[in-house]
Write a protein that binds this ligand. Structure first.
Ligand code: NAD
Length: 339
């Protein structure tokens, strides 16, 4: 019988994870729960997803909008083996999940301390086998781990400096900013470095972040001191052995995140999502054999989606081999077609 998965919070991440779960043959989406009876609730119903209200208090809002819910989140949890919490940070549902006896995954807005287990499929799938509670770190953290883990595992990393140019908000949002300013994150390191260490605890990484007025993607400039000598071609070959890294080239006309997302639209995937981390092939440079520089772009709305699917498989032991889980997820989502 397929594993029964519920989604709590049906926004940017929740609706994508819902579609990704529905696309797998070893899990079934038993329902999604929402706070607001808006267009996204109507779209969920149109897709045939069972819809639940987050709590009794919001049921009248759904009734007023003539949107039929099957019950509340508490009812939904009775149908599920695992819930993927895609609500904003600190929404505080853990006691409800504990009471219902369901496993749970949280997203990167939450602290590592909530689960004491942060997940990346390539780096620590085996550590999460059977775990009751797991956190999938943020889009930026996931992006950094995708390219740094292979380097650390195969060449050794002495230290990393990553400067992150962060998008202001997501394309579907019209409230947040900045819309005409550049905002440095004054915390040093930015929270991303310690967050990477929640998955790769021994990686010596420092991160700096600034927020800019764009909604498409984040861009990372990364400098890495390697333990072993390698040239740019060898590093690209190493990354090619890992899933979810796509290569783009300035020489091919991909000069910016605008062309990367145009390429993503040309791929005709669900919502034009680019689940892979895009690395500029002609932006990879090695100086003196050991100092590596590269640029990568992160589609913040979608890179964590396949990680959520693999985390479900690990936690419910649907597959004990992380590689095989990643291959299965990627086949279902069409990942790997970008190169
Ligand atoms: P979102 O605002 O797009 O969606 C959140 C959903 O939760 C909405 O359906 C909203 O109605 C609902 N919600 C809001 N408050 C709630 C509450 N108190 N109780 C229950 N439901 C509530 O948010 P998002 O961008 O999808 O982010 C969700 C999580 O994913 C956060 O932890 C965030 O940090 C993380 N994340 C976001 C991105 C991104 O780029 N958007 C990337 C990676 C991880």
């Amino acid at each position: 019988m397929p594993a029964r998965v519920a989604i709590n919070g049906y926004g940017t991440i929740g609706k994508r994870v819902a579609d990704a779960v529905a696309a797998q043959d070893d899990m079934t989406l038993v329902g999604v729960s929402k706070m607001s009876p808006n267009f996204e609730a109507r779209r969920a119903l149109a897709k045939g997803y069972p819809l639940y209200a987050t709590s009794k208090e919001v049921v009248p809002k759904f009734e007023k909008s003539k949107i039929v819910v099957q019950g509340t989140l508490e009812d939904l949890l009775k149908e599920a083996d695992l819930v993927v919490d895609c609500t904003p940070e600190k929404s505080g549902f853990k006691p409800l999940y504990e009471k219902a006896g369901v496993k749970a995954i949280w997203q990167g807005g939450e602290e590592h301390a909530l689960t004491n287990l942060s997940f990346n499929a390539a780096a620590n799938y085996a550590d999460c086998l059977g775990a009751p509670y797991v956190r999938v770190p943020s889009c930026n953290t996931t992006g950094l781990i995708r390219t740094l883990y292979p380097l650390d595992a195969h060449l050794g990393v002495d230290r990393v400096l990553a400067v992150m140019v962060r998008r202001a908000t997501d394309p579907g949002d019209s409230k947040k900013g900045p819309i005409n300013a550049i905002e440095p994150e004054l915390e040093m390191p930015s929270h991303h470095g310690p967050d990477v260490q929640s998955v790769l605890p021994t990686l010596n990484i420092h991160t700096i972040a600034v927020k800019v007025p764009t909604t498409l993607m984040h861009l990372h400039t990364v400098a890495v001191d390697l333990k072993r000598v390698a040239d740019a071609a060898q590093i690209i070959e190493l990354w090619k052995r890992f899933p979810r890294i796509a290569f783009v080239a300035g020489g091919d006309g991909v000069k910016s995140t605008a062309q990367i997302m145009e390429m993503a639209r040309d791929l005709s995937r669900n919502r034009s999502d680019l689940y892979e981390i895009a690395v500029w092939r002609d932006g990879v440079h090695v100086v003196d054999g050991r100092r590596l520089y590269y640029f990568q772009a992160v589609h913040q709305e979608s890179d964590v989606v396949p990680e959520n699917v693999d985390a479900i498989r690990a936690m419910l032991r649907l597959e004990t081999d992380g590689r095989r889980s990643m291959e299965k997820t990627d086949r279902a989502l069409g990942i790997g077609t970008a190169n």
